[in-house]
Write a protein that binds this ligand. Structure first.
Ligand SMILES: Cc1ncc(COP(=O)(O)O)c(C=O)c1O
Length: 399
């Protein structure tokens, strides 16, 4: 030790660290199932991955080519916090071409996946303690992020009795809410909100002066007509989207928001401190992915074939009701006929049949033990083989 240096003593028995109450959110069971499924796979078992909500395909070829060129020729430093202007402009063009809606590129914010979009939206729209209406069942991160930010989730049941749909009426009847989050197509039900119903939801939110956030991450993946954007009815909504699903780029962690003019600078200040900027290489790839509809629409045709195959298998296997599945790539099915809860069923399905699926508790903390979610975003042959294994196991269990 040199002169003037002091020895730092590290306590042998450190105090246990108590996490804050707001940070104690539920685990994401789909990811826990994924971990176990991967462990079985590493041990040499054949595992069919119907648990994770992600395409089995890589990013489109154009995106990969653009990323490779950028790796060789660009320094890939930080970008503008709101994202590269060329990408923001291209997304504005997407709305003009796909939905005939004019959006100023300045209102487009590039984010680190849509997950970052929720954080930015919730913080910029709500004070701690305010209440956010959420459909149940719904994507679990909504309630977990809300809880971590000290917001109060206000759950609106959208189960079989409600035809799995969040309606303007139900929002109109919800007392004491400050915001509403809708998703169309939704996870886990695949429900698509019709243009008329969406317009009515936008109206009721405007009349009640509550903020509306529209999660449009599954846009592009619908089986009975394109889902409409909430931007078609209002400039005051916050729309959240991503390159994870239709664009097949989950691991690139890149998404976007469209926000009202008044929120742009607020969100810019937040994102400067939270993330500095979205990943540069992913912005390059995303820009190219927006011109890859030919390849990506091919994936949607695969999902459609998988959906039919798996729907037939669920019927053969003896499952109960299945939510409509008009979009996204999930089937949410009742396990009631099996006389076991969905956590038990998911565990046994994985261990005994090698089929990984997500118990409904992730999406519905109240009645989710009666439901299970299957993702059919994988390759056709994998979904076929999974369907086969599922039917065989279920028949055996019900015998
Ligand atoms: C409805 C919904 N929204 C948002 C996300 C988050 O996606 P990402 O952060 O990859 O954009 C998911 C992921 O499964 C989802 O299902």
């Amino acid at each position: 030790m040199g002169p003037g240096t002091r020895q730092i003593k590290i306590k042998a028995d450190s105090e246990p660290v108590t996490p804050s109450a707001r940070s104690r959110v539920d685990p994401f069971l789909a990811m826990d199932v994924l971990d176990r499924a991967n462990a079985l796979g590493r041990a040499g078992r054949t595992v069919f991955h119907l648990e994770a909500g992600q395409p089995g395909t890589p990013a489109p070829q154009r995106a990969l080519d653009a990323a490779q060129t950028a790796l060789r020729g660009e320094s890939l430093g930080y970008t503008e916090s709101l994202g590269r202007p060329a990408l923001r402009e291209r997304i504005a063009r997407y709305y003009r071409e796909t939905h005939r809606v004019d959006i100023a590129p300045e209102r487009v914010v590039i984010t680190t996946g849509s997950s970052a979009g929720f954080l930015l939206a919730f913080i910029s729209l709500f004070e701690a303690g305010q209440s956010l209406a959420l459909a149940v069942p719904g994507y679990p991160a909504y309630r977990n992020i809300a809880q971590a930010l000290d917001l109060k989730p206000h759950f609106i049941p959208c189960r079989e009795a409600e035809q799995f749909r969040l309606t303007a009426d139900a929002i109109g009847q919800a007392r004491g809410i400050d915001g509403v989050l809708i998703a169309s197509p939704s996870n886990p039900c695949g429900t698509v909100i019709s243009p008329d119903d969406l317009a009515a939801i936008v109206d009721v939110c405007a009349v009640r002066k509550v903020s509306l956030i529209s999660d449009e991450i599954y846009h592009g993946i619908a089986y009975g007509g394109r889902a409409q954007t909430a931007l078609a009815y209002s400039r005051d909504v916050v729309v959240i989207n991503s390159f994870s699903k239709y664009y097949s780029m989950t691991g690139w962690r890149i998404g976007w928001m469209v926000v009202p003019d008044d929120l742009v600078r607020t969100i810019e200040r937040l994102t400067q401190s939270f993330y500095i900027s979205p990943p540069t290489i992913s912005q390059v790839a995303a820009l190219a992915a927006l011109d890859a509809a030919d390849e990506l629409d091919g994936h949607v045709r695969t999902y459609a074939a998988n959906r039919s195959r798996l729907l037939a298998a669920l019927q053969d296997a003896g499952f109960g009701s299945v939510a409509p599945a008009d979009g996204a790539f999930y089937l949410y099915a009742s396990v009631a006929p099996f006389g076991m809860d969905s956590a038990t069923m998911a565990k046994r399905l994985l261990e005994e049949a090698g089929v990984a699926a997500t118990p409904g508790h992730d999406f519905d903390p109240f009645e989710g033990d009666q439901w299970i979610r299957f993702s059919y975003a994988g390759a056709q042959n994998e979904v076929d083989a999974a369907a086969h294994a599922l039917v065989a196991w279920c028949r055996n269990v019900r015998r």
